[in-house]
Ligand binder design. Structure first.
Ligand code: PLP
Length: 383
Protein backbone atom coordinates (compact mmCIF):
# COMPACT_ATOMS: atom_id res chain seq x y z
CA UNK A 1 0.00 0.00 0.00
CA UNK A 2 1.17 3.53 -0.65
CA UNK A 3 2.20 5.44 2.49
CA UNK A 4 -0.28 7.69 4.25
CA UNK A 5 0.23 11.42 4.69
CA UNK A 6 3.70 11.94 6.12
CA UNK A 7 2.93 15.08 8.16
CA UNK A 8 0.02 13.45 9.96
CA UNK A 9 1.86 10.14 10.38
CA UNK A 10 4.76 11.99 12.01
CA UNK A 11 2.48 13.65 14.58
CA UNK A 12 2.36 11.74 17.90
CA UNK A 13 -1.03 11.20 19.62
CA UNK A 14 -1.90 13.73 22.33
CA UNK A 15 0.01 13.10 25.56
CA UNK A 16 -3.03 14.22 27.55
CA UNK A 17 -5.37 11.50 26.30
CA UNK A 18 -2.93 8.76 27.25
CA UNK A 19 -3.16 9.64 30.96
CA UNK A 20 -6.87 10.32 30.73
CA UNK A 21 -7.51 6.87 29.25
CA UNK A 22 -5.60 5.13 32.06
CA UNK A 23 -7.38 7.25 34.69
CA UNK A 24 -10.80 6.48 33.19
CA UNK A 25 -10.25 2.73 33.68
CA UNK A 26 -9.72 2.99 37.45
CA UNK A 27 -12.52 4.00 39.79
CA UNK A 28 -10.16 5.08 42.59
CA UNK A 29 -8.29 7.63 40.49
CA UNK A 30 -8.75 11.38 41.03
CA UNK A 31 -8.31 12.93 37.63
CA UNK A 32 -6.74 16.37 37.43
CA UNK A 33 -5.90 15.46 33.88
CA UNK A 34 -8.50 16.79 31.48
CA UNK A 35 -9.05 20.43 30.61
CA UNK A 36 -12.78 20.35 30.97
CA UNK A 37 -15.20 21.99 33.41
CA UNK A 38 -16.72 19.59 35.94
CA UNK A 39 -19.96 21.59 35.73
CA UNK A 40 -22.70 20.69 33.31
CA UNK A 41 -23.90 23.41 30.96
CA UNK A 42 -26.13 25.90 32.85
CA UNK A 43 -29.74 24.72 32.87
CA UNK A 44 -31.17 27.66 30.94
CA UNK A 45 -28.70 26.94 28.11
CA UNK A 46 -29.54 23.23 28.08
CA UNK A 47 -33.22 24.13 28.11
CA UNK A 48 -32.70 26.37 25.07
CA UNK A 49 -31.08 23.39 23.32
CA UNK A 50 -34.02 21.14 24.22
CA UNK A 51 -36.50 23.79 23.06
CA UNK A 52 -34.56 24.15 19.80
CA UNK A 53 -34.77 20.41 19.18
CA UNK A 54 -38.46 20.29 20.08
CA UNK A 55 -39.13 23.05 17.59
CA UNK A 56 -37.27 21.33 14.81
CA UNK A 57 -34.00 23.28 14.64
CA UNK A 58 -32.47 20.32 12.88
CA UNK A 59 -31.40 22.00 9.65
CA UNK A 60 -28.23 23.72 8.48
CA UNK A 61 -27.90 27.40 9.35
CA UNK A 62 -26.24 29.93 7.06
CA UNK A 63 -22.58 29.02 6.62
CA UNK A 64 -21.32 31.87 8.79
CA UNK A 65 -23.76 30.94 11.55
CA UNK A 66 -26.95 32.43 12.95
CA UNK A 67 -26.90 36.23 12.46
CA UNK A 68 -28.34 36.71 15.97
CA UNK A 69 -25.45 34.78 17.52
CA UNK A 70 -22.84 36.67 15.50
CA UNK A 71 -24.45 39.93 16.51
CA UNK A 72 -24.41 39.01 20.20
CA UNK A 73 -20.75 37.97 19.99
CA UNK A 74 -19.64 41.17 18.26
CA UNK A 75 -21.67 43.38 20.60
CA UNK A 76 -20.18 41.66 23.62
CA UNK A 77 -16.59 41.93 22.29
CA UNK A 78 -17.18 45.63 21.83
CA UNK A 79 -18.79 46.32 25.21
CA UNK A 80 -16.46 44.07 27.19
CA UNK A 81 -13.15 44.84 25.51
CA UNK A 82 -13.67 47.61 22.93
CA UNK A 83 -12.86 45.20 20.08
CA UNK A 84 -15.03 46.08 17.08
CA UNK A 85 -16.07 43.60 14.40
CA UNK A 86 -18.83 43.71 11.81
CA UNK A 87 -21.00 40.69 12.57
CA UNK A 88 -21.99 40.31 8.92
CA UNK A 89 -18.53 40.20 7.39
CA UNK A 90 -15.97 39.66 10.15
CA UNK A 91 -17.37 36.87 12.32
CA UNK A 92 -17.75 33.15 11.60
CA UNK A 93 -19.35 30.65 13.98
CA UNK A 94 -17.14 27.56 14.12
CA UNK A 95 -17.27 24.08 15.62
CA UNK A 96 -15.27 25.27 18.63
CA UNK A 97 -11.99 27.16 18.76
CA UNK A 98 -10.47 23.95 17.40
CA UNK A 99 -12.05 24.49 14.00
CA UNK A 100 -11.37 28.24 14.12
CA UNK A 101 -7.68 27.56 14.70
CA UNK A 102 -7.50 25.10 11.82
CA UNK A 103 -9.28 27.47 9.41
CA UNK A 104 -7.09 30.40 10.42
CA UNK A 105 -3.83 28.56 9.93
CA UNK A 106 -4.88 27.11 6.60
CA UNK A 107 -5.97 30.54 5.37
CA UNK A 108 -2.83 32.36 6.56
CA UNK A 109 -0.10 29.91 5.60
CA UNK A 110 1.70 28.99 2.41
CA UNK A 111 3.70 25.72 2.57
CA UNK A 112 6.86 26.08 4.63
CA UNK A 113 5.96 29.38 6.27
CA UNK A 114 6.75 29.64 9.96
CA UNK A 115 4.52 30.32 12.92
CA UNK A 116 6.11 31.31 16.21
CA UNK A 117 4.51 29.47 19.11
CA UNK A 118 5.49 30.38 22.67
CA UNK A 119 5.82 27.24 24.82
CA UNK A 120 4.58 25.60 27.02
CA UNK A 121 1.37 25.77 24.98
CA UNK A 122 -1.90 24.01 24.23
CA UNK A 123 -1.14 20.65 22.63
CA UNK A 124 -3.00 21.36 19.36
CA UNK A 125 -1.09 24.50 18.34
CA UNK A 126 1.97 22.94 16.77
CA UNK A 127 0.23 19.97 15.08
CA UNK A 128 -2.35 22.36 13.56
CA UNK A 129 0.45 24.54 12.14
CA UNK A 130 2.05 21.45 10.60
CA UNK A 131 -1.27 20.13 9.25
CA UNK A 132 -1.72 23.51 7.51
CA UNK A 133 1.63 23.02 5.77
CA UNK A 134 3.52 25.41 8.03
CA UNK A 135 6.48 25.01 10.35
CA UNK A 136 5.96 25.67 14.05
CA UNK A 137 8.84 27.57 15.67
CA UNK A 138 8.72 27.11 19.44
CA UNK A 139 10.02 29.87 21.71
CA UNK A 140 10.43 29.14 25.42
CA UNK A 141 8.67 31.09 28.16
CA UNK A 142 9.79 30.68 31.77
CA UNK A 143 8.29 29.86 35.16
CA UNK A 144 10.46 32.43 36.96
CA UNK A 145 8.64 35.34 35.32
CA UNK A 146 5.22 33.66 35.28
CA UNK A 147 5.52 32.51 31.66
CA UNK A 148 5.20 36.06 30.33
CA UNK A 149 5.89 36.74 26.67
CA UNK A 150 9.39 38.15 26.30
CA UNK A 151 9.05 40.03 23.06
CA UNK A 152 12.80 40.15 22.55
CA UNK A 153 12.86 36.33 22.51
CA UNK A 154 10.00 36.23 20.02
CA UNK A 155 11.74 38.77 17.80
CA UNK A 156 14.95 36.74 17.84
CA UNK A 157 12.99 33.83 16.32
CA UNK A 158 11.59 35.88 13.39
CA UNK A 159 12.97 34.94 9.97
CA UNK A 160 11.96 35.97 6.46
CA UNK A 161 9.63 32.93 6.44
CA UNK A 162 7.76 33.93 9.61
CA UNK A 163 4.10 34.59 8.88
CA UNK A 164 2.41 34.70 12.28
CA UNK A 165 2.69 34.43 16.04
CA UNK A 166 0.15 32.21 17.82
CA UNK A 167 -0.60 32.91 21.46
CA UNK A 168 -3.15 31.86 24.06
CA UNK A 169 -3.99 34.07 27.05
CA UNK A 170 -5.14 33.05 29.64
CA UNK A 171 -3.01 30.05 28.83
CA UNK A 172 -3.32 26.32 28.86
CA UNK A 173 -1.30 24.74 30.56
CA UNK A 174 0.29 27.49 32.67
CA UNK A 175 -2.69 29.66 33.62
CA UNK A 176 -0.58 32.68 32.65
CA UNK A 177 -2.44 35.87 31.77
CA UNK A 178 -0.41 38.21 29.56
CA UNK A 179 -0.31 41.86 30.58
CA UNK A 180 -1.50 44.72 28.41
CA UNK A 181 2.09 46.02 28.28
CA UNK A 182 3.52 42.75 26.96
CA UNK A 183 0.70 42.38 24.46
CA UNK A 184 1.24 45.96 23.29
CA UNK A 185 4.91 45.14 22.72
CA UNK A 186 3.82 42.02 20.81
CA UNK A 187 1.63 44.13 18.52
CA UNK A 188 4.53 46.54 17.93
CA UNK A 189 6.70 43.57 16.94
CA UNK A 190 4.01 42.31 14.56
CA UNK A 191 3.80 45.75 12.97
CA UNK A 192 7.59 46.09 12.71
CA UNK A 193 8.02 42.69 11.04
CA UNK A 194 4.66 42.56 9.23
CA UNK A 195 3.31 39.46 10.96
CA UNK A 196 -0.18 38.18 11.63
CA UNK A 197 -1.26 37.45 15.17
CA UNK A 198 -3.52 34.58 16.17
CA UNK A 199 -5.02 35.01 19.61
CA UNK A 200 -6.73 32.09 21.32
CA UNK A 201 -8.91 33.73 23.97
CA UNK A 202 -11.07 30.76 24.87
CA UNK A 203 -10.39 31.38 28.59
CA UNK A 204 -11.10 35.13 28.42
CA UNK A 205 -13.82 35.02 31.10
CA UNK A 206 -11.71 32.90 33.45
CA UNK A 207 -9.34 35.43 34.98
CA UNK A 208 -8.84 35.81 38.72
CA UNK A 209 -5.98 38.18 39.49
CA UNK A 210 -6.09 40.77 36.73
CA UNK A 211 -8.21 41.64 33.75
CA UNK A 212 -8.22 40.02 30.35
CA UNK A 213 -6.82 42.06 27.49
CA UNK A 214 -8.37 41.28 24.13
CA UNK A 215 -5.53 41.44 21.63
CA UNK A 216 -7.73 42.77 18.80
CA UNK A 217 -8.64 45.79 20.93
CA UNK A 218 -5.07 47.10 21.10
CA UNK A 219 -4.08 49.92 18.75
CA UNK A 220 -2.62 48.55 15.52
CA UNK A 221 -3.67 44.96 16.27
CA UNK A 222 -7.09 44.61 14.67
CA UNK A 223 -6.01 44.53 11.02
CA UNK A 224 -3.51 41.74 11.58
CA UNK A 225 -5.15 39.67 14.32
CA UNK A 226 -7.47 36.69 14.24
CA UNK A 227 -9.39 36.41 17.51
CA UNK A 228 -10.59 32.93 18.48
CA UNK A 229 -13.19 32.45 21.19
CA UNK A 230 -15.91 30.11 22.28
CA UNK A 231 -18.30 28.73 24.83
CA UNK A 232 -16.58 25.49 25.83
CA UNK A 233 -14.87 26.67 29.00
CA UNK A 234 -16.63 29.57 30.74
CA UNK A 235 -20.08 28.23 29.81
CA UNK A 236 -19.18 24.56 30.36
CA UNK A 237 -20.22 23.70 26.80
CA UNK A 238 -17.35 21.54 25.54
CA UNK A 239 -19.61 18.90 23.97
CA UNK A 240 -21.79 21.36 22.05
CA UNK A 241 -18.93 22.25 19.69
CA UNK A 242 -19.51 25.93 19.18
CA UNK A 243 -17.06 28.83 18.99
CA UNK A 244 -16.22 31.76 16.74
CA UNK A 245 -13.49 33.55 14.90
CA UNK A 246 -13.40 37.30 14.41
CA UNK A 247 -10.97 38.77 11.92
CA UNK A 248 -10.57 41.54 9.36
CA UNK A 249 -12.87 40.98 6.39
CA UNK A 250 -10.34 39.49 3.89
CA UNK A 251 -9.28 36.83 6.40
CA UNK A 252 -12.80 36.13 7.66
CA UNK A 253 -14.01 35.76 4.07
CA UNK A 254 -11.47 33.06 3.27
CA UNK A 255 -12.07 31.28 6.58
CA UNK A 256 -15.77 31.26 5.71
CA UNK A 257 -14.99 29.86 2.27
CA UNK A 258 -13.13 26.91 3.77
CA UNK A 259 -15.72 26.42 6.51
CA UNK A 260 -18.43 26.41 3.81
CA UNK A 261 -16.83 23.45 2.08
CA UNK A 262 -15.41 21.54 5.04
CA UNK A 263 -18.00 22.04 7.81
CA UNK A 264 -21.00 23.78 6.20
CA UNK A 265 -22.04 25.25 9.53
CA UNK A 266 -21.65 24.75 13.27
CA UNK A 267 -24.44 22.59 14.81
CA UNK A 268 -27.77 24.47 14.66
CA UNK A 269 -29.00 23.38 18.09
CA UNK A 270 -25.68 24.37 19.64
CA UNK A 271 -25.83 27.80 18.05
CA UNK A 272 -29.28 28.38 19.53
CA UNK A 273 -28.02 27.22 22.92
CA UNK A 274 -25.07 29.62 22.57
CA UNK A 275 -27.51 32.49 21.96
CA UNK A 276 -29.01 31.67 25.37
CA UNK A 277 -25.52 31.57 26.90
CA UNK A 278 -25.51 35.36 26.64
CA UNK A 279 -28.27 35.40 29.25
CA UNK A 280 -26.28 33.13 31.57
CA UNK A 281 -23.87 35.68 33.03
CA UNK A 282 -24.93 34.83 36.59
CA UNK A 283 -24.16 31.14 36.02
CA UNK A 284 -20.76 32.02 34.54
CA UNK A 285 -19.99 34.32 37.48
CA UNK A 286 -20.85 31.53 39.93
CA UNK A 287 -18.63 29.02 38.16
CA UNK A 288 -15.76 31.51 37.93
CA UNK A 289 -16.06 32.27 41.66
CA UNK A 290 -15.98 28.54 42.36
CA UNK A 291 -12.89 27.99 40.21
CA UNK A 292 -11.21 30.85 42.04
CA UNK A 293 -11.96 29.28 45.44
CA UNK A 294 -10.53 25.97 44.24
CA UNK A 295 -7.54 27.73 42.69
CA UNK A 296 -6.63 29.41 45.97
CA UNK A 297 -6.94 26.22 48.02
CA UNK A 298 -5.11 24.10 45.48
CA UNK A 299 -2.19 26.43 44.74
CA UNK A 300 -1.67 27.05 48.47
CA UNK A 301 -1.80 23.30 49.07
CA UNK A 302 0.74 22.58 46.34
CA UNK A 303 3.14 25.10 47.83
CA UNK A 304 2.65 23.63 51.31
CA UNK A 305 3.61 20.15 50.14
CA UNK A 306 6.79 21.52 48.56
CA UNK A 307 5.73 21.98 44.93
CA UNK A 308 6.62 25.48 43.86
CA UNK A 309 3.76 26.88 41.77
CA UNK A 310 3.70 30.08 39.73
CA UNK A 311 0.47 32.01 40.41
CA UNK A 312 -2.05 30.96 37.74
CA UNK A 313 -4.02 34.12 36.99
CA UNK A 314 -6.49 32.51 34.59
CA UNK A 315 -7.98 29.37 32.97
CA UNK A 316 -8.29 26.42 35.40
CA UNK A 317 -4.81 24.94 35.53
CA UNK A 318 -1.95 24.97 38.02
CA UNK A 319 1.48 24.21 36.58
CA UNK A 320 3.68 23.43 39.59
CA UNK A 321 7.37 22.63 39.40
CA UNK A 322 8.06 19.05 40.44
CA UNK A 323 11.85 19.46 40.58
CA UNK A 324 11.86 18.93 44.36
CA UNK A 325 10.77 15.32 43.69
CA UNK A 326 13.96 14.61 41.73
CA UNK A 327 11.84 13.02 38.99
CA UNK A 328 11.23 14.04 35.41
CA UNK A 329 7.68 14.99 34.45
CA UNK A 330 6.75 11.71 32.74
CA UNK A 331 8.05 9.57 35.59
CA UNK A 332 6.37 11.79 38.18
CA UNK A 333 3.00 11.60 36.42
CA UNK A 334 3.22 7.88 35.75
CA UNK A 335 4.26 6.95 39.31
CA UNK A 336 1.75 9.31 40.91
CA UNK A 337 -1.03 7.75 38.84
CA UNK A 338 -0.05 4.15 39.43
CA UNK A 339 0.94 4.31 43.10
CA UNK A 340 -1.37 7.00 44.53
CA UNK A 341 -4.19 7.26 42.00
CA UNK A 342 -3.90 10.91 40.96
CA UNK A 343 -3.84 11.74 37.26
CA UNK A 344 -1.91 14.84 36.21
CA UNK A 345 -0.37 15.63 32.82
CA UNK A 346 3.43 15.69 32.43
CA UNK A 347 4.56 19.21 31.48
CA UNK A 348 6.74 18.08 28.59
CA UNK A 349 3.68 17.27 26.46
CA UNK A 350 3.17 21.05 26.20
CA UNK A 351 6.68 21.57 24.82
CA UNK A 352 10.24 21.21 26.12
CA UNK A 353 10.06 24.16 28.57
CA UNK A 354 7.23 22.32 30.34
CA UNK A 355 9.66 19.65 31.51
CA UNK A 356 10.01 19.78 35.29
CA UNK A 357 6.32 20.69 35.69
CA UNK A 358 2.99 18.90 35.67
CA UNK A 359 -0.39 20.31 34.70
CA UNK A 360 -3.17 19.91 37.23
CA UNK A 361 -6.69 20.96 36.31
CA UNK A 362 -8.55 22.40 39.30
CA UNK A 363 -11.89 22.16 37.47
CA UNK A 364 -12.52 19.40 40.00
CA UNK A 365 -14.68 19.42 43.16
CA UNK A 366 -12.94 20.89 46.21
CA UNK A 367 -13.05 17.71 48.36
CA UNK A 368 -11.39 15.80 45.52
CA UNK A 369 -8.73 18.49 45.18
CA UNK A 370 -8.06 18.23 48.92
CA UNK A 371 -7.82 14.45 48.72
CA UNK A 372 -5.51 14.75 45.67
CA UNK A 373 -3.24 17.08 47.67
CA UNK A 374 -3.07 14.55 50.51
CA UNK A 375 -2.19 11.76 48.10
CA UNK A 376 0.44 13.92 46.41
CA UNK A 377 1.97 14.78 49.80
CA UNK A 378 2.22 11.05 50.61
CA UNK A 379 3.67 10.35 47.17
CA UNK A 380 6.34 13.04 47.66
CA UNK A 381 7.27 11.61 51.07
CA UNK A 382 7.75 8.20 49.38
CA UNK A 383 9.85 9.62 46.53
N1 PLP B 1 -7.72 26.39 23.01
C1 PLP B 1 -7.28 26.06 24.22
C2 PLP B 1 -6.18 26.86 24.84
C3 PLP B 1 -7.81 24.96 24.90
O1 PLP B 1 -7.37 24.64 26.13
C4 PLP B 1 -8.84 24.19 24.28
C5 PLP B 1 -9.39 23.00 24.94
O2 PLP B 1 -8.87 22.48 25.89
C6 PLP B 1 -9.28 24.58 23.01
C7 PLP B 1 -8.71 25.68 22.40
C8 PLP B 1 -10.36 23.81 22.29
O3 PLP B 1 -11.57 24.51 22.45
P1 PLP B 1 -12.93 24.13 21.75
O4 PLP B 1 -13.68 23.21 22.67
O5 PLP B 1 -13.65 25.46 21.61
O6 PLP B 1 -12.61 23.53 20.43
Amino acid sequence: MKPLNSVISACPPSGIRRFFDIAAQRADVISLGVGEPDFVTPWRVREAGIYALEHGATTYTSNAGLPRLRELICTELDTRYGARFDHETECVITAGVSEGLDLTLRVLLEPGEEVIVPEPCYVAYQPCVSFAGGTPVPVATHAEDGFRLRVEDLEAAVTERTKAILIGSPANPTGAVQTREDLTALVALAERRDLYLISDEIYDRLTYTGTHTCLSSLPGARERTVLLGGFSKAHAMTGWRVGYLCAPRPIAELCLRMHQYTMLCAPHVSQLAAVEAFAADDDVAEMVADYDRRRRVFVKGLREIGLDCPEPGGAFYAFPSIRSSGLDSETFAERLLHSHGVAVVPGNVFGAPGEGHVRCSYATALPLLEEALERMARFLRDC
